[in-house]
Design a protein around this ligand. Structure first.
Ligand code: DUC
Ligand code: ZN
Ligand code: ZN
Ligand code: ZN
Length: 485
């Protein structure tokens, strides 16, 4: 059974051109003029783009004394409805360690996911077991490890642990990811706010100013350079962090920055809203920033100093947010955005002229696939690639509202935003899973795990001056000498 998408303009990260796209089975078989297939999908007036990849989600994740309310079933269906065909979710190890946690995530995803998916695994301490397990994780098709520099007393890793883990990543062909906030400073500032009697959501932003992120981002980059490994900074939200990334890249270091759609569009003023629920629903880390920081992130996306737009979809209900009623430090950190990321970025990026259509494709799909080592199977409209495609209608519009969303959360932080540019159809491996001819129901069990192979040594190259200095030797010994054991 073949399908042909006719009458549209293919938009890739590097160019746009008019062509038909022929799909046979699950992959793209041909791109050209006058192609024929058993079934025709009309793309007249539309753009044919690779499906979005959201590299940063937290579905059904235990966190801050509760569990994120978005399920694999609702989250991946919401993703498809908005044109995102693959999510990469964070596995957080419990006491049983990372392999058992990975088993649990795989089981939940395999049972419920409608879209394809992959994983990152968090390193939340250091031991010989973690050293060994990391290689096993890579063997199971996961080549990225997350490190939290914040959440002191819970998930946070110290610099020596991070250096050991980064060195291990270099040895086994993995890429470290970092949540870059200075956890000690955050804890001290939280304490200070509470002592001053400031206990509402507005204190969340006071306790996590841009300085804590700028410092930690720079520190993570320096540790990565010492370990001889590239590094990916998740949820880059401010100019100080962007500046550290920009500076490192200019020196030839392989450093990636990932702004979120929330940080591009939502303002720190949200935390001052007199309605406690309104403000608490928007508590996430790092917090929203002011206009100056938003402008810096937008500029980074078009300049190429920032490469990816994600969501950190980590969604809690209003009821769950009440855990922090009298103490803002207990408000579960996280917001949603998975469903509307593409439409919001199109509306505020492409429609305003801040991004070209090609840059839009790069930051929502192609760059991500390349950075995560799954390109061109994902992230490309190319012969041989998986037919994960969004037929994008630039004229279709809606007002975002929780009342009609696919997400099961009882609110939407983008409530009332008008968007123009939406999927006409979303295809996952050749099948219409959302749109005028789709069933538009969740398809639990349809989504597949996407294995990502280890990175080749060439990807480890950092600044050339580093060749002449000692840390590479340190790195080599560190690979075989985990600290603390
Ligand atoms: N930030 C959040 O807001 N939620 C999950 C974890 C994180 O780093
Ligand atoms: Zn984080
Ligand atoms: Zn996150
Ligand atoms: Zn808007």
């Amino acid at each position: 059974m073949s399908t042909v998408i006719k009458g549209g303009t293919v938009v890739a990260a590097d160019r746009s051109y008019e062509a038909d796209v022929l799909i046979e089975g699950e992959t793209i078989a041909a791109i050209g003029d006058n192609l024929a297939g058993d079934k025709v999908i009309d793309a007249e007036g539309a753009y044919i783009m690779p499906g979005g990849i959201d590299p940063h989600t937290h579905l059904e994740m235990p966190f801050m004394g509760t569990t994120t309310a978005e399920t694999w079933e609702s989250g991946t269906f919401a993703a498809l409805s908005g044109g995102t065909t693959m999510v990469v979710d964070f596995v957080i190890p419990g006491e049983d360690g990372m392999l058992k946690a990975l088993d649990a995530w795989e089981e939940r995803a395999a049972r419920q996911a409608s879209s394809d998916y992959s994983f990152h695994v968090a390193v939340t301490g250091w031991s010989e077991k973690i050293f060994d397990d990391m290689a096993a994780v890579v063997g199971r098709g996961v080549n990225t490890f997350k490190h939290f520099m914040a959440y002191k007393g819970a998930l946070m890793v110290n610099d020596d642990e991070m250096f050991a883990s980064f060195s291990r990543c270099a040895a086994i062909g993995a890429l470290p990811l970092v949540h870059a906030e200075n956890g000690d400073l955050v804890a001290a500032l939280q304490q200070k706010c509470l002592e001053m009697g400031i206990s509402g959501p507005e204190a969340h932003a006071y306790s996590r100013p841009p300085e804590v992120e700028g410092e930690a981002t720079n520190r993570a980059i320096m540790i990565a350079d010492a370990a001889g490994v590239p590094v990916y900074i998740v949820h880059t939200s401010c100019e100080q962090a962007h500046e550290a990334i920009r500076r490192a890249r200019q020196k030839g270091m392989r450093v990636y920055g990932e702004p979120l759609i929330q940080h591009l569009l939502l303002d720190v003023g949200e935390y001052a809203n007199a309605d406690w629920d309104h403000a608490a629903r928007r508590v996430m880390s790092p917090p929203f920033r002011d206009r100056q920081h938003q402008d810096s992130l937008w500029a980074g996306l078009s300049a190429g100093s920032l490469q990816v737009v994600a969501t950190d979809h980590c969604a809690f209900t209003t009821e769950q947010k009440q855990f922090g009623r009298t103490d803002f430090t207990k408000i579960p950190n996280g917001t949603g955005g998975l469903e509307d990321r593409l439409s919001l970025l199109w509306t505020h990026g492409v429609e305003t002229g801040r991004l070209t259509m090609n840059e839009f494709v790069a930051v929502t799909s192609t760059n991500i696939a390349q950075i995560l080592n799954v390109y061109p199977r994902k992230g490309a409209v190319m012969v041989g690639a998986d037919a994960d495609i969004v037929v994008w209608d630039p004229k279709k519009s809606k007002t975002i509202t929780a009342a009609t969303q696919k997400s099961i959360i009882d609110y939407n932080v983008f409530e009332g935003h008008e968007v123009r540019g939406m999927p006409r159809y979303t295809l996952s491996r050749g099948e219409v899973v959302w749109g005028e001819e789709g069933s538009n129901e969740p398809r639990p069990g349809r989504g597949r795990f996407v294995k990502r192979p280890p990175f080749s040594a060439v990807n480890r190259a950092l600044s050339t001056w580093k060749e002449l200095t000692a840390p590479r030797a340190v790195q080599r010994s560190a690979e075989h000498m985990p600290i603390g054991v």
